[in-house]
Ligand binder design. Structure first.
Ligand SMILES: [Fe+2]
Length: 455
């Protein structure tokens, strides 16, 4: 069994310091309309030499850049203060509610909702709320309105302002659909029975449905007994299926069989003439989350069309290059999208893949801008050692059309051994970046982020 500490090296290697820097140097001109914060979460373990380290279990560290008036006012990186992180740093733990003794420094995503800045994680723990400057306030159960754990991935329907999530936890015989209202209180939970304790990392939302991915990665007591740090394994006995749950709770889930596969991330979904269209990044063979080895690559961008009348799902490949971290303009979530942004992260593709039919471009560093109506894509490459992370879209104005804005990503700058925040104009995607903000520190490869405009 290959060790998992490959996620402690190279671009994955954690940083050891928290840094605060003001008035960052910039090449180009930061668009004056960008007022807010670009934040990104990721694992940053405090111990550096654990051979059993699992990438998904490092303590969360949030990296953020504050933009205003064409300036990069600050960069900060902060560990999320779980009880363990606070103890390691000889600090008082800020405290807060804990679900089932599952306190954890949420490491997967960072979102803004109802005035809160929330670091999120799945599989049992609650989110942690941070201040504007990324200091930990404490764990958040939405003012006592959530009794279970929460989720890493959430979706805001921008017409209603409601936050949607699917929570799962190994000891439950169900997963829980949670709706948080625009004031930040849970207004509805719906339990959905499932077998075997499946991992549900992400889901999709349309105007009428929640789209659930019940795939063959499930909780394993054998993996616990074997000492796997993350006890979710490929389970060939667990049928793969996708479910449609009416958002209004008017009916139960209707499930549709699909071929065994794994999906971490959906780009977006929408209703279309009685069908549901879901664009997602698909691992086409088995994927063992406990070891982070994919049997085959690459991970492709695919379109699943779920037809309730016909009772079937049809699948079509949109892009066969190895890519992940698909994102849509957040304002479009649950509605028809034309554009999507995904990342080609060579270091991840190298780290997770046992075998596969890769072309060289799977090992590059690039961001792809997909035009899914024209069926074209633009690929913005970075240097061989310029590891790129997830790209996030920021609109040029709150009511600007889809894709009228900027694409933001942290990109490693090997010449400085530090990272840059690269800001591309979405509609001049292959041109020079409109701005490159030079951070004083390296941002390790991590997970997900958000552009959180000031309210
Ligand atoms: Fe994710």
């Amino acid at each position: 069994m290959p060790d998992t500490s490959r996620f402690l090296r190279g671009s994955f290697a954690p940083v050891t310091e928290e840094t605060t820097a003001f008035d960052l140097p910039v090449t180009g001109a930061i668009p004056a309309e960008l007022t807010g914060r670009y934040l990104r979460n990721g694992p940053n373990p405090m111990g550096l030499d654990d051979p059993n380290y699992h990438w998904f279990l490092g303590a969360g560290m949030v990296h953020g850049v504050r933009l205003r008036d064409g300036k990069a006012e600050w960069y900060r990186n902060r560990w999320v203060r779980s009880k363990a992180v606070a103890a390691e740093r000889n600090e008082d733990w800020p405290g807060g509610p804990v679900h089932e003794n599952m306190d954890f420094a949420a490491n997967t995503h960072i979102i803004g909702h109802a005035g809160r800045t929330l670091a999120t994680v799945e599989a049992g723990p609650l989110p942690y709320e941070l201040t504007y400057e990324l200091d930990t306030i404490g764990a958040c159960d939405f003012g006592g309105t959530l009794s279970g754990g929460f989720a890493a991935h959430t979706k805001v329907d921008h017409q209603t302002g409601e936050l949607h999530a699917i929570a799962y936890y190994w000891a439950w015989d169900h997963v829980q659909y949670v709706i948080v209202d625009p004031t930040g209180k849970v207004r509805q939970t719906t339990d959905i029975p499932v077998a075997d304790g499946p991992m549900m990392h992400d889901f999709a939302l349309t105007q009428t449905y929640v789209v659930l991915l019940d795939l063959p990665v499930t909780f394993s007591l054998n993996a616990v007994a074997a000492g796997r740090e993350l006890p979710y394994v490929w389970n060939p006995d667990h049928p793969a299926r996708v479910g449609l749950l009416p958002r209004d709770g008017s009916a139960g889930v209707r499930w549709f069989d699909v071929d065994p596969c794994w999906v971490f991330h959906c780009l977006n979904a929408y209703d279309s003439e009685g069908r549901v269209v879901v664009d997602l990044c698909q691992y086409n063979e088995s994927f063992d989350v406990s070891t982070l080895w994919a049997a085959h690559g690459p991970v492709t961008l695919d379109r699943w069309t779920i037809d309730p009348a016909a009772g079937q799902v049809t699948q079509r490949r949109l892009d066969d290059r190895g890519q992940e971290f698909p994102r849509v303009d957040d304002r479009i979530v649950a509605r028809p999208h034309r554009y999507g942004y995904s990342a080609v992260i060579g270091e991840i593709n190298r780290a997770i893949t046992v075998a596969g039919d890769f072309s060289d471009d799977a090992f590059a560093n690039a961001i792809i801008r997909h035009d899914l109506v024209a069926q074209t894509a633009q690929t913005r490459g970075f240097g061989r050692d310029a590891t790129v992370g997830e790209a996030v879209f920021a609109p040029s104005a709150p009511d600007a059309p889809e894709d009228d804005g900027y694409v933001l990503a942290f990109v490693h700058n090997p010449e400085r051994s530090a990272s840059d925040l690269v800001i591309l104009a979405a509609q001049d995607f292959l041109g020079e970046p409109v701005a490159t903000v030079h951070l004083p520190a390296r941002v390790p490869l991590g997970f997900h982020g958000s552009w959180i405009a000031d309210q």
